[in-house]
Design a protein. Sequence first.
Length: 282
Amino acid sequence: MATPWPENPSTSRERVIKELIQGQEIATHLQFLLKKPYGDDGFLSANELVVKILRSFTEALSLLTSCDFVEILQNQTTSQVDSVGCDDRRSEDSGESRKRPTTKDSRGSYKRKKISQSCTIVSPTTEDGLAWRKYGQKEILNAKYPRSYFRCTHKYDQGCKATKQVQRMEEDPQMFRTIYIGDHTCRDILKVPQIITEPDSHMLQHKEEAPLSDLTDNLSSLDPIMWKDLVSFESSDEPAAADSITMCAEGSCQSYDMDLVVKAIDFDSDLQFDESDFNYLS
DNA sequence: ACCATTTGACCAGG
DNA sequence: CCTGGTCAAATGGT
């Protein structure tokens, strides 16, 4: 039974999302300002708290933009809303570890789903602020490192169908290639670019094809605070910094020249940057 | 005790 | 038949 949504649903939705996004941005901003990575005394560090806050925002936004709200909209309006993936929600609430009523071992008996939408991210970390639960790991033929399989923690309680596959890269064992499968997940992930890759990667095939206007349009649509975070992150972890970054979605990748990225970032005046922290700027 | 991860079983699709 | 994606029992951590 869906909870009724007060007022005009689209107006309320926009307001809630706007508020959450604002809070998320402020928390991200705060995270950037907090230099101290760990607590001295075993308590949660401020940075860890910010990570938790950000996760809450991401979770709330994800909920609002996914099946629950789609159902509400469909109940209250006659407009067509894309609800692909919202129809298999389990009505019986599920404990995560509850065993399914099976008469025999049904492991592996499933319908293999088609990958409708996916995006690939290359990052030195597998952490993305979203809630995942590992459900498998496989040795992959001719691959040095195994592939791990994760599903959305809310698969059963909210019908979240997102999955991701994570594999350490042979070319650069410091980096992980993560394939996110699921529409909402891709949108969430691409809002928080953690994409750092080497310029000679095979994924840079579109670098020269991207017209300047496309690059600037795409960059201006991204949250500048998030980009500051990326800049900070990359500079601290990679002494020999890359001169470009790559984002991949729906099977195609696009590379951005780092100079252009840096120019596209509108630094707030209250943030003090030490240029020595950013090798590639010089 | 509860929850997440590990790991071998199982099976769909190529 | 082989590979890789998913399931679920076993195991481990808190």
